[in-house]
Design a protein around this ligand. Structure first.
Ligand code: ATP
Length: 286
């Protein structure tokens, strides 16, 4: 039986500036994206009979039909390359859902990569085009690493790897719909951030500069929805970590280069919040 097992890495934004709302309803953004070690595991198996199916472990009430981005990705791939076989997709979810960590996008990207491996078709450009059809974060999730993202997230420029940071991820155990956060964002005016400083700091591998200029323009809107995020931020801060809401939230990450501080924060917060995880930058090359 032909089978592949693929990791689907979570994504965080070290920097996120939300720009104008476009006519298609998306927002233009400029962002520094980073894939991290927290991942779902996606297994694709070619079936000898029956239709394509998706099953989940720890998927809560995620849909298993084509509303699930992973199955949508497979159906798009199958149609584009006229593949007759069907597959079974199994996803072991570890990335919290609707958490600002792009778990669904990463599952979809993993399916595209896995399907290419199984069927030996599709160039990088083919996969990229399919990914862009599936969602704003899917193109980044295809290749991961560290990248500057523009447009609605599909214009990607690889960036030098970050210096070593620990990412302490804390999720208060609630889902936050990205759409709602953007709707609130659109209703008010927020400070505009400049990306130049953090790019300069990254060029010089200046960890202190990166921590100084890391920012999330959506954070204030997420905090209005979920005031408890301010409590998590304050707790991470107590341990000397730089706290930043991930994407539209509600996961908060604490960034530090100090392993001891990361472990101390983990130890203290682990029993208080439903999801606490230590992660580090990771890409698909290792
Ligand atoms: P986004 O910003 O894309 O909403 P997120 O990290 O906040 O990303 P995800 O967990 O990626 O949240 O996705 C949230 C939405 O996508 C939910 O409505 C969920 O039902 C849907 N979804 C579809 N497929 C998946 C999947 N494989 N894993 C997680 N969510 C999925």
């Amino acid at each position: 039986m032909k089978k592949v097992v693929i990791s689907a890495l979570a994504k965080v934004n070290i920097f996120l500036n939300v720009l104008a709302r476009r006519n298609d309803g998306y927002h233009d953004l400029e962002s520094i994206m980073q894939s991290i070690s927290l991942h779902d595991t996606v297994t694709l198996t070619v079936l000898s009979f029956g239709p394509s199916v998706l099953t989940l472990t720890d998927g809560g009430d995620l849909p298993t039909d084509k509303r699930n981005l992973a199955l949508a990705a497979w159906l798009l791939f199958k149609e584009k390359f006229d593949i007759r076989e069907n597959i079974a997709i199994h996803i072991k979810k570890r990335i919290p859902v609707s958490a600002g960590l792009a778990g669904g996008s990463s599952d979809a990207a993993a399916v595209l990569r896995g399907a290419r491996e199984l069927f030996g078709v599709a160039t990088d450009a083919d996969l990229f085009a399919l990914a862009a059809q599936l969602g704003s974060d899917v193109p980044f999730c295809l290749f991961g690493g560290t990248a500057l993202a523009k447009g609605r997230g599909e214009k990607l420029l690889p960036m030098p790897a970050l210096p070593k940071f620990y990412f302490v991820l804390v999720n208060p155990g609630m889902a936050l719909a990205t759409k709602s956060v953007y709707q609130l964002f659109d209703k008010k005016s927020w400070p505009i951030l400049s990306i130049d400083n953090i790019i300069e700091a990254m060029r010089h591998q200046d960890a202190a500069g990166i921590l100084q200029f890391a920012a999330n323009g959506l954070e204030a809107a997420s905090l209005e929805f979920c005031p408890v995020l301010a409590e998590i931020k304050a707790e991470l801060n107590l341990f000397g970590l730089l706290p930043l809401v991930c994407g539209s939230g509600p996961t908060v990450m604490g960034l530090t280069q100090d392993e001891g501080a990361a472990l101390a924060a983990m130890k203290c917060l682990y029993f208080k919040w439903p999801f606490v995880e230590l992660a580090w930058a990771k890409d698909y090359s290792d």
